[in-house]
Ligand binder design. Structure first.
Ligand code: MGD
Ligand code: MGD
Ligand code: SF4
Ligand code: MO
Length: 768
């Protein structure tokens, strides 16, 4: 298959990479046809402009909301933002534009609700806020009194979950699942990069200087489908200036469509490739000697540890051609030190070996000298906000039987691994967990094994959620509290500490909350009152915001006058000498071998730990993003649903021909435990390996109350029943499941077209 043939396949590419300025498109005309603007044409004429911050995903782009007749009619990028394209080029992505349709989603939860039927059944009655809050406070107190503070757990994600978190801290529980954002997302990459180079390159921010890179390596990172506006702009900026690109992905992603070399790797074998590359770079002296001598520790141990990993070995394990992987590493080496080895972001793939994969990526970046240099990874600018005195932060007491005991690198983080909480809820061991609070996370669509999560939900004495939409998770709650949408509330002060310039901005309401929806700060304050916690001394969110802005000699008023955003200079992005690591130590050091890992009986250098290959008759289930949706949260959005209403299951064309599947056929996927998906259309393509089936994530909602999203496409999540927990920090794997196809009631086994070498064990299906 030649590159130009593949280019035809990446239909999503231009859509995604344009980062969607939809202002002049027919899309908007059509979209506005449904927008009730009181008979007036929408647009900026005569509209009030309110600056704020997007929360359609966590990149938090600065925005301007245009308000006409008391309604938000349009959202644009804040023209002052140095990262979204300034002035009239200020961009938001398709999702950012479509916040309007989250706000006015007819399915929104606008009143406090109390469950009437069984959990999950979706039957509720409206109750007053007083009743709802009394009920939450009463039940949390009851569980705490009977079983102790750790019997209460909190699942949270995103801005609106933060005020409520203070309640759980005051209760004294350490069982907040420190977010799907860690244990289902960045956990492994965070541990690897902090341990190797002393800072986190992939938190909310990504410190990747792709705009100035001469070459880039993306391992999985499917930029273009994974859309964070300034990140995509940096990527495209680098490419347009001629940067070379190597993409390692079993699927022909949008980014692969832009690549000089695409390596369609056997899933789960990336560390083998990286180890062979590290060995090759050392053996052929392709590394940056000055950088390694000056900043790196452990070079000779690393050299010794990787000496047997040859390109021939990796080619066999990874099912790639030796010539291709050699050409790729040479291409990257030629650009050193201005080479961007992307650290990745979502990294909870296989449970075992995920940390080593990202450790190997960090080592490769260091060998090329691509850290603290233009075009490589860079250092964040320190920005200090003022101290908040008006909220009394409580620290949870540690339990005698900590759930993270088995995981040495979950230690310094607040919260406990998600699946430790879920299993303790089911078994009562090591202690009972009897009540859950949920905010900003759709636990049934994002935490592996939703069937186990439902089992846990059934066991609870009490569960409540703060939500905007009647999602699967809301349907399983006893009390649902209606949250204000981000366009209706204050949240936080947001700083951007990257390149080309930094800034500070703030989220503020464009309109009043609809119905009886209330902002999270109000909810937390009211709950604190009822629980008897004297923690919120601020009268309003503005007070807290002003305390924070004081650190930058700003006030909310001043920030508003400045167009909602103040640009701050980026400092020290390439300054290795004055770098301070996250532990506050000055001076830049790279640990090519990690003693802390050895101290905990892990390997100090990356180790290839093969994940089991698909059992005979199955393909591995893999997943990713589509550019116009964020996880499950946007599936019911009118405009985004219109653009991308359902997902397709990507199936290799040779496999499809052998089992008689045609493009567009309706199929069902069945996993190794016999769990079946909703019907989904097949996308037959040479752009995926024969041993994988790919499902874009977030589709296939199980909530009948989401009138657009319900049963549209298939949920990857409901096929993920088997997970492996990462021995470093207890994060759970998402790519350890296998599927075959059911068509017209007949089960079709997936033929094995790529032989599996003996070094890779095979997954064994448990009977019964
Ligand atoms: N539009 C949109 N953008 C988003 C989000 C969203 O919901 N919507 N979410 C944001 C968030 S929080 C995150 S964490 C990021 C996630 O985005 P990334 O960090 O880019 O996610 P990955 O899992 O690294 O990438 C998915 C790709 O991995 C490939 N893949 C699967 N298995 C393997 C394997 O074993 N090896 C290799 N090399 N590749 C494999 C898949 O084919 C797919 O192309 O996206 C962010 N951006
Ligand atoms: N199978 C599978 N699982 C995954 C992933 C995957 O690709 N596949 N990706 C993983 C990754 S990288 C991540 S970061 C996580 C993301 O995990 P989640 O954050 O759980 O993602 P969503 O499905 O968008 O669920 C968010 C929920 O919060 C609600 N919500 C959104 N905004 C607000 C708000 O302002 N206030 C309130 N109260 N509620 C709000 C939405 O309605 C929705 O129900 O998922 C992880 N899990
Ligand atoms: S990338 Fe898109 S959805 Fe995410 S914050 Fe920016 S505009 Fe909003
Ligand atoms: Mo994520």
């Amino acid at each position: 298959m030649k590159r130009r043939d593949f280019l035809k396949l990446s239909a999503g590419a231009s859509l995604a990479l344009a980062t969607m300025d939809l202002r002049s498109g027919s899309f908007f005309k059509k979209a506005y046809a449904h927008c009730d603007t009181g008979g007036e044409l929408p647009g900026s004429l005569g509209a009030k402009e309110v600056t704020s911050v997007c929360e359609m995903c966590f990149w938090r782009c600065p925005i301007v909301a245009k308000v006409k007749n008391g309604k938000v009619v349009k959202i644009e990028g804040n023209p002052k933002s140095p990262t979204n394209g300034r002035g009239d080029k200020a961009r938001v992505c398709a999702r950012g534009n479509s916040g309007v349709k989250l706000l006015y989603d007819p399915d929104r939860v606008l009143h406090p609700l109390k469950r009437k039927g069984a959990r999950g059944e979706g039957k509720f009655v409206k109750i007053s806020w007083d009743e709802a809050l009394d009920e939450v406070a009463y039940n949390l107190k009851k569980v705490k009194d009977k079983y102790g503070p750790h019997a209460i757990a909190y699942f949270d994600h995103g801005a609106s979950a933060e005020p409520l978190r203070e309640i759980f801290k005051a209760i004294g529980t350490e069982n907040y699942s420190n977010e799907p954002a860690f244990f289902q997302c960045v956990g492994p990459v965070a541990i690897a990069y902090i341990s190797t180079m002393g800072y986190l390159t992939s938190g909310t921010m990504q410190y990747t200087d792709m705009a100035n890179a001469k070459a880039m390596l993306l391992v999985a990172s499917h930029i273009g489908e994974n859309v964070h506006v300034s990140h995509v702009m940096d990527f495209v900026g680098g490419l347009s200036k001629g940067a070379k690109l190597v993409v390692v992905d079993p699927r022909f992603s949008v980014a692969a469509g832009k690549a000089d070399i695409w390596l369609p790797i056997r899933p789960g074998t990336d560390t083998a490739l990286l180890l062979a590359w590290i060995n090759y770079v050392i053996k052929h002296e392709l590394y940056d000697k000055e950088f390694v001598n000056k900043y790196c520790e452990g070079f000779s141990e690393l050299k010794e540890a990787v000496k047997d990993y040859t390109l021939d070995w990796a080619a066999k394990i990874c099912d790639l051609k030796k010539e291709d992987i050699e050409a790729a590493i040479k291409m990257l080496a030629e650009a050193k030190p201005h080479v961007c080895i992307h650290p990745g972001r979502h990294s909870t793939w296989y449970g075992k070996g995920d940390v080593y994969r990202h450790q190997a990526l960090a080592i490769l970046a260091a060998l090329f000298g691509g850290i603290g240099t233009p075009g490589g990874l860079y250092f964040p600018t320190p920005i200090s906000l003022g101290h908040v005195h008006s909220v009394k932060e409580m620290e949870p007491k540690e339990s005698d039987e900590p759930l993270k005991e088995k995981y040495p690198f979950a230690g310094p983080l607040p919260g406990n691994p998600t699946h430790e909480i879920i299993r303790a809820t089911i078994t009562g061991e090591p202690y009972p967990i009897k009540a859950w609070g949920i905010c900003g996370v759709n636990i049934l669509q994002t935490i592996p094994n939703p069937y186990q999560t439902m089992e846990a939900l059934k066991k609870l004495d009490f569960v409540f959620s703060l939500e905007m939409l009647p999602t699967e998770t809301a349907l399983w709650s006893d009390i649902v509290l209606p949250d204000a949408v981000y366009l209706e509330r204050y949240d936080d002060v947001y700083t951007y500490d990257g390149l080309p310039e930094c800034f500070v901005t703030v989220r503020q309401p464009a309109v009043e909350p609809l119905g009886e929806a209330k902002p999270p700060f109000w909810v937390a304050k009211e709950l604190a009152k009822r629980m008897g916690f004297d923690i919120f001394h601020a009268e309003s969110e503005e007070e807290i915001i002003n305390e924070k802005l004081k650190g930058l000699n700003l006030t909310l008023e001043k920030l508003r006058e400045e167009g909602g955003l103040v640009v701050l200079p980026a400092k020290g992005a390439y300054d290795r000498e004055n770098f301070k690591n996250i532990f506050g130590e000055k001076g830049f050091k790279v640990h090519l071998t990690i003693e802390d890992f050895a101290d905990e009986d892990f390997s100090p250098v990356p180790k290839f730990e093969p994940t089991p290959a698909p059992p005979k008759g199955y393909a591995r289930l893999i997943y990713g993003r589509v550019p116009v949706h964020t996880f499950s949260r946007t599936m019911n959005n009118e405009w985004l649903h219109h653009e991308w209403p359902e997902n397709h299951a990507w199936i290799n064309d040779e496999v499809a021909a052998k089992i008689g599947i045609k493009d567009g056929d309706e199929i069902i996927l069945e996993n190794q435990d016999g769990k079946r998906s909703f019907p989904v259309k097949a996308k037959v393509t040479p752009g995926i390996r024969p041993d994988c089936i790919y499902l874009p994530h977030g589709f296939g909602s199980l909530s009948p109350k989401l009138s657009r999203a319900y049963k549209k496409g298939a949920s990857d999540q409901f096929l993920i029943t088997y997970y492996v927990q990462d021995p470093f920090m207890g994060a759970s794997s998402h790519r350890t499941n296998f599927v075959r196809i059911v068509k017209d009631g007949k089960v079709l086994n997936i033929p094995e077209l790529r032989p599996v070498p003996n070094e890779i064990p095979r997954f064994e299906i448990k009977k019964g």
